[in-house]
Design a protein around this ligand. Structure first.
Ligand code: PLP
Length: 657
């Protein structure tokens, strides 16, 4: 049979049945990880429900088009401050409910750790509602302390907890703020900080409230397991805690020792680790109380996780508990340990950061082009090569494997194809195969791979390791992984990704995403799925623009749940700077509006970060252009164009425009 007569293996889905938006919602599993904040509109676009009420919605494509019209083109982070508010209320409600149900006699507050997202507008949103809900803020460094002191000015009652390593200056600032009437508590991370505290307390004649961080034996699991445990970097060991009580007693400062603190790691995926840690901390709390420490607060740190992959399991990208279960387990544990010891229930604090802000941010980026693995070989090329005299054996073997594609044993077909492709490459490298035969071999190999993928579906390809990823189309997207999704690169964090439009069309391609940095690591090839991460994401083919010219219709992808940690951890790889960020809210009458715009870095700004002087660059280039025109290498209009590009470029976005 000639290659051009062969049918490609049949697709699983009947193409005559129209694809529905419900199928898209199921395919991308919006319900599993979207926590009720997302849905698909009838026209196939993603809708955001900031209060989980589908009648009050924001159409993401409409927002992106509105931003484009305002010269704020992707990549752009869209933040929904209303979602932060909703998450904060959820947390409040879950703990209030647990407190009511168990008869717990202490109160609960959350302290938002600003390192999770320090952008001023995010912090202000948390502060404003937080003040109403009795929440506070947490800092971990001197700059964060200064930012929070300013943020909470005029709100003296708002609790501020200071973690992190501290020097004299840090501690003096806290003590003075305490003297000003601020509700601020330094948490001692290392024993010598107690001595600094005692020195400053005496110098300013005040007994400040003091917290101590316990280095628990219990630790989290996964990425952040090192935050606690015997070898943890932070906190006082049990013997140091005992010494701390004695030291403060000697210094007449024991009255200040009000809080016991711990933090066993972020993204705690297994509720059992939370229970162990809270039990251990509660027992330490009652023991220290019995030794005379007037403790009244227990701070269990952060760690409340997010179900990034929607599997509701104890895997690294998920959690095997709900917010209500977390609150109930924590409150129940503390209460039972304190009741057994006859110790009053403490005011409970958590430093939940990720859980408050992760849902509030989505990164929108545009897929600019794609490199598609062909599912049929180039017939002319293959037939030409096969028509030669002395066709090399590997090419014949590949043709044979291709012919067995529809009914042969898949593993055997694939292994034969890999073997023949490798032999073809060796022959070519030794000079025994010409370039036409090599090209035909590659065409056949890719067509075999795609055919197997279509015949079996990605799920049944476990035995053909890595094939789905190998065959994924490469979608080149206008963003930098290092700037906008650092955790995807650094710790393989999974973020859910969904096209924000065309969801009324079947996504027929399987792709991986590549960013525009010059780094092969700048790609995403692990995607959330029910049975663990998969190697490709179903996407739509890119369409030519209306005129069928070189351009294409925009294709926008939303990368969700990026509100925590990503913005500040991002770096300037390739000098691709901060993206634009906007805050979008729903008005009373159901329209969306832009509340805040933070424009992304310009080329000039990123050059200055690395000590280039833009005006000097301009001057140098201007002279070089002048010399080139003088020497006849450039025409005068060409020189002017180049100069214009330089001038415009300096003030422009660092991403492709
Ligand atoms: N508190 C402390 C001391 C931390 O180090 C962290 C982050 O690791 C947090 C709170 C916030 O944790 P999460 O965002 O997991 O709630």
């Amino acid at each position: 049979m000639s290659i051009s007569q062969r049918e490609a293996p049949p697709d699983e889905r009947d193409p005559l049945v129209p694809w529905t938006t419900e199928e898209s919602a199921r395919l991308y599993r919006l319900e599993d990880w979207g926590s009720g904040y997302l849905g698909v509109s009838e026209r196939g676009t993603i809708e955001v429900y900031p209060s989980k009420d589908p009648s009050r919605k924001i159409d993401l494509l409409e927002v992106v088009e509105g931003l484009n019209a305002r010269d704020l083109s992707p990549p752009v982070i869209i933040r929904f401050p209303d979602i932060i508010g909703y998450r904060m209320r959820d947390l409040r409600d879950s703990f209030d409910q647990a407190i009511r149900e168990t008869g717990y006699e202490g109160r609960y507050s959350c302290l938002y750790p600003i390192k999770v997202n320090q952008q001023r507008h995010v912090c202000e949103a948390v502060r404003d509602l937080g003040h109403e809900l009795g929440f506070g803020l947490e800092v971990g460094s001197k700059p964060e302390l200064l930012a929070v002191l300013a943020l909470t000015a005029g709100r003296n009652d708002m609790p501020v907890v200071c973690n992190g390593f501290k020097d004299d200056e840090f501690i003096e600032t806290v003590i003075l703020a305490s003297k000003m009437g601020r509700n601020i508590i330094p948490v001692v991370e290392q024993f010598h900080e107690l001595e600094l505290l005692a020195k400053q307390a005496k110098a300013h004649q005040i007994t400040p409230p003091i917290g101590v961080r316990a280095r628990l034996a219990a630790s989290g699991t996964g990425r952040w397991a090192g935050s606690a445990g015997f070898r943890g970097k932070f906190g006082l060991s049990v013997s140091e805690l005992l010494r701390a009580v004695e030291y403060l007693r000697d210094q007449h400062l024991l009255d200040g020792l009000r809080m016991l603190h711990c933090h066993i790691g972020s993204q705690l995926s297994d509720i059992r680790t939370v229970k162990y840690a809270v039990s251990e901390l509660s027992h330490l709390y009652v023991e220290m109380f019995r030794l005379g420490a007037p403790l009244e607060m227990m701070d269990i740190g952060g760690g409340l996780g997010i179900d990034y992959d929607g599997t509701q399991s104890a895997t690294e990208s998920s959690t095997n508990y709900t917010l209500d279960q977390y609150a109930s387990d924590v409150i129940h544990r503390i209460r039972s340990v304190c009741d057994d010891a006859g110790v009053p229930h403490p005011h409970l604090l958590t430093e939940s950061g990720r859980a408050l802000v992760a849902h509030s941010g989505v990164l929108i980026c545009e897929a600019l082009s794609s490199r598609v693995v062909p599912d049929r070989p180039d017939a002319e090329l293959v037939e030409g090569a096969l028509g030669q005299e002395d066709v090399p054996q590997p090419l014949l073997d590949l043709m044979d494997a291709y012919e067995r594609l529809a009914d042969g044993d898949p593993t055997e077909v694939f292994n034969d194809a890999v073997h023949a492709r490798d032999e073809a490459l060796s022959l070519f490298n030794l000079g025994y195969m010409d370039v036409a035969c090599r090209a035909a071999s590659e065409e056949l190999f890719w067509a075999i791979g795609s055919g197997l993928l279509r015949r079996l579906g990605e799920d049944s390809l476990d035995e053909i390791d890595g094939l789905p990823g190998l065959l994924g189309d490469l979608y080149f997207c206008n963003f930098s992984l290092f700037q906008s999704l650092p955790d995807s690169w650094a710790i393989d964090q999974i973020f859910p990704i969904v096209p924000i439009h065309r969801l009324d069309e079947e996504p027929t391609q399987r792709g991986i995403l590549a960013d525009i940095t010059c780094d092969s690591d700048g790609r995403i090839d692990r995607f959330a799925d029910e049975l663990g991460p998969r190697g490709t994401l179903q996407l739509h083919p890119l369409l030519p623009d209306e005129n069928g010219k070189a351009g294409k219709e925009p294709y926008y992808l939303g990368i969700f749940l990026i509100g925590a940690y990503q913005e500040t951890l991002g770096d300037l790889h390739n000098l691709l700077g901060d993206t634009h960020a906007v805050h979008v809210r729903l008005t009373e009458d159901g329209r969306w509006r832009i509340d805040e715009v933070v424009e992304g870095d310009t080329v000039r700004e990123v050059l200055e970060y690395v000590q280039f002087v833009p005006d000097e660059i301009r001057r140098t280039m201007r002279m070089d252009i002048e010399d080139s025109v003088d020497a006849g290498k450039l025409t005068l209009p060409e020189g002017v164009s180049l100069k214009r590009f330089l001038d415009l470029g300096m003030g422009g976005y660092t991403y492709l425009e």
